[in-house]
Design a protein around this ligand. Structure first.
Ligand SMILES: NC(=O)c1ccc[n+]([C@@H]2O[C@H](COP(=O)([O-])OP(=O)(O)OC[C@H]3O[C@@H](n4cnc5c(N)ncnc54)[C@H](OP(=O)(O)O)[C@@H]3O)[C@@H](O)[C@H]2O)c1
Length: 315
């Protein structure tokens, strides 16, 4: 039986660049945890780190990256760093990315994603709510995700990012974006929730056809890793003598997606970058999980007007 190995697989983006198939997630990691986690990840063989303005940890992520580069003499180009445009920055992506780069203390990122296809009124509050406690969003007619993406397109030429992409987009939204005559840059990636309980086969097929790499967020089911409780995953893991996380992540890598496991535990950080070959029979068993135990864990309520994931959602 083969043993898990550090994943060195990369996928080609539509820009020609390569993206490492495993990246460290950093959502909900505090500054101190985040510094240690990013440092541990880079020392364990990760070359890809995912952060976002809204995570509030770009400074810690950047400090760990810069310390690692200095300590090891690794050139910056060997790493792939992603950050994301928060929804209140919808009308000024250039300013937002420059501010992210200042916090990260980097000259450029490898990928800048529009975090959600939602526009929030610009202001000081990251998540403003109305008098009824609902999140405030701008009406589609006033400003929408296509307007935001248009503002992101010049960022590559400005040298602030190597690629731009989207996150939490469904097929109808990508279609709407690509059909807009002012969209000249096909997103390099779509970062969405994807794991054995939410395989999203149609979205993956569609993105692959359009030359958009899919990045799987919450690949373990987010906080507490509930996906790993699945009996099929547990039994394949037991048979192969690895952790259930290794099976979930190896499955994601095998289907040519990028997986972004988050951990602040050094042992789990090290093991999450190791993948193992799966047999056709094992892949088939994992495919059944999404049919038998479907589950979406990340579905923020954006207020009364928007349901980002509803097919009938006209936005
Ligand atoms: N674009 C978006 O809208 C979006 C949304 C959500 C997430 N993301 C990105 O995707 C990343 C990953 O998603 P996520 O943070 O939601 O969740 P996740 O990676 O699916 O799961 C993280 C949870 O799993 C635990 N864990 C990690 N490795 C484990 C292992 N080997 N065995 C058992 N438990 C393990 C972690 O605990 P410990 O830390 O204690 O190990 C944590 O509780 C985020 O951090 C973020 O970078 C993006």
């Amino acid at each position: 039986m083969s043993a898990p190995k550090i994943c060195s697989k990369t996928l080609k983006l539509n820009t020609g660049a390569q993206i490492p198939a495993v990246g460290l997630g950093t959502w909900k990691s505090t500054d101190e945890e985040c510094y240690d986690a990013v440092m541990a990840a880079l020392k364990s063989g990760y070359t890809h780190i995912d952060t976002a303005r809204i995570y509030g940890n770009e400074a810690a992520v950047g400090k760990a990256i810069n310390d690692f580069l200095k300590e090891t003499g690794t050139p910056r180009e060997k790493l792939f760093i992603t950050t994301k445009l928060w929804c209140i920055d919808c009308k000024h992506p250039e300013k937002a990315l420059k501010e992210s780069l200042a916090r990260l203390n980097l000259n450029y990122v490898d990928l800048y994603l529009q975090h959600w296809p939602v526009a929030i009124p610009p202001g000081d509050e990251l998540m403003p709510t109305d008098e009824n406690g609902f999140r405030k969003v701008l009406p589609f007619e006033e400003w929408n995700y296509i307007d935001t993406y248009k503002g992101m397109q010049p960022l590559i030429e400005l040298g602030l990012t190597k690629a731009i992409g989207i996150s939490n987009y469904t097929i109808p939204k990508i279609e709407k974006l690509l059909n807009d005559p002012e969209i000249t840059i096909v997103p390099a990636c779509n970062q969405v929730e994807m794991h054995p309980c939410l395989p999203q086969d149609d979205l993956l097929t569609y993105c692959t056809e359009k030359n958009i790499v899919v990045q799987c967020y919450s690949p373990l089911g987010s906080t507490g890793a509930p996906v790993l409780e699945n009996e099929t995953l547990k039994s394949i893991a037991e048979k192969k003598g690895v952790a259930p996380a290794c099976i979930a992540l190896s499955w994601g890598v095998a289907r040519n997606t990028v997986v972004l496991p988050k951990s602040v535990n050094p042992k789990r950080i090290a093991s999450n970058v190791e993948v193992i070959d799966l047999s056709a029979e094992e892949v088939k068993a994992i495919e059944k999980i999404g049919v038998e135990s479907p589950r979406r864990v990340c579905d923020p309520k954006w207020g009364t007007k928007i349901n980002v994931f509803a097919d009938s959602d006209r936005y």
